[in-house]
Design a binder for this molecule. Structure first.
Ligand SMILES: [Cu+2]
Length: 129
């Protein structure tokens, strides 16, 4: 009787442990994916225009979620972005100053997706490093 009780408690503990681990993994995935889909705004200069890519030398960006879900700034650098449906690069050229919005999707390809592109006046001062 005592032995049967012990077995039952042990099994229950195992199920609770499995449930806790599942929750821990699940709870840690959820915020990272939410942060990944966040929309950001940046400014920069077009370095290259490809069929499915816009290479942008961007200014420092604030509040970008990393792979680990942690929010931190991203220094000025050059990165490739993929324009999403409806975002056109016609009328834009290499060297143009632009303002753009984008989303980061670590779980999918392409990771960096341009959701809007706007040409800025050529005289716009940009802080590029
Ligand atoms: Cu970057």
């Amino acid at each position: 009787m005592v032995r049967r009780y012990t077995v039952a408690v042990t099994q229950t503990s195992s199920w609770i442990a499995i449930a806790l681990v599942s929750c821990w993994v699940g709870c840690h995935d959820a915020p990272a994916q939410q942060a990944a889909a966040a929309r950001h705004t940046g400014r920069g200069r077009i370095e290259a225009l490809g069929k499915n890519t816009v290479l942008i030398h961007h200014e420092r960006l604030e509040g970008i979620a990393g792979f680990d879900g942690k929010i931190r700034p991203m220094d000025s650098m050059t990165m490739p972005f993929a324009p999403t449906e409806g975002v056109t690069v016609s009328g834009l050229a290499v060297g143009d100053a632009i303002q753009f919005t984008f989303e980061v999707h670590y779980e999918a390809d392409p990771t960096l997706r341009l959701t809007s592109l706007k040409k800025l006046p050529a005289t716009t001062p940009l802080e590029l490093r």
